[in-house]
Design a protein. Structure first.
Length: 212
């Protein structure tokens, strides 16, 4: 990847995440209060995710699930809180990842960081998506998000990476950000809905492909 682009993108990420955290601090406080008033449990949800070059880091989100939700029990639906459901519609639960961007774990634009189990079953060619920092948003997110199969998501991630080697990367990032803003203003429920059953079905799909 172009070193000039990588340096400019990191400056771009630091600028947006730093000022985003400052400008959105009133919204952060309001969401935190709403979460605490709505249900028991912490304000933030954290989870281990796979980042650039396979490095594991801890991602931050606003908590959207009930305190007693069991993410491993696939026999029942996730117990989402009222505030959590509202946050999911406009992806506001993702805002704390600006801190991950500022720290250097993530970028504004890039492939989404998945739980570490996904890496176990990805083909070597699919692991190219780990060559860049994962993003808060990405080409797969604005191209269908959860309406896509896991292999379609990976193809979009690889397409994004390949575009960076052909075009000046920031143009690609700006286009993704513009499409993200549009999708946030006019969200499609089917795209933002996510559950533990989706995660396990995607893992099963990767396992089946790796065993074939």
């Amino acid at each position: 990847m172009n070193l000039v682009y990588s340096g400019v993108k990191r400056i771009f990420d630091i600028f947006l995440s730093f000022f985003g955290l400052i400008l959105l601090s009133p919204l952060f406080i309001s969401i935190a209060i709403a979460i605490k008033l709505d249900s028991k449990g912490p304000v933030f949800f954290t989870q281990r995710r796979t980042g650039k070059n396979g490095r594991v880091f801890r991602i931050y989100k606003f908590r959207t699930m009930a305190e007693d939700n069991d993410i491993h029990d696939t026999t029942c639906q996730d117990k989402r809180t009222r505030v959590g459901s509202a946050l999911r519609v406009f992806s506001l639960d993702e805002l704390p990842q600006l801190w991950n961007v500022l720290k250097g774990d993530m970028s504004i634009v890039g492939p989404r960081p998945w739980i570490t189990d996904y890496l176990l079953y990805m083909a070597p060619s699919e692991r190219r998506r780990l060559r860049v920092r994962p993003g808060i948003t990405g080409l797969a997110q604005v191209s269908g998000r959860n309406n896509l199969s896991i292999h379609q998501k990976i193809r979009y991630d690889l397409e994004y990476i390949d575009r960076l080697s052909v075009h000046f990367g920031l143009f690609e990032d700006i286009k993704v950000v513009a499409r993200t803003i549009k999708s946030l203003l006019f969200p499609k429920k089917s795209e933002v809905e996510s559950s533990k059953s989706l995660v396990y079905s995607e893992l099963d799909e990767l396992k089946y492909a790796s065993a074939a």
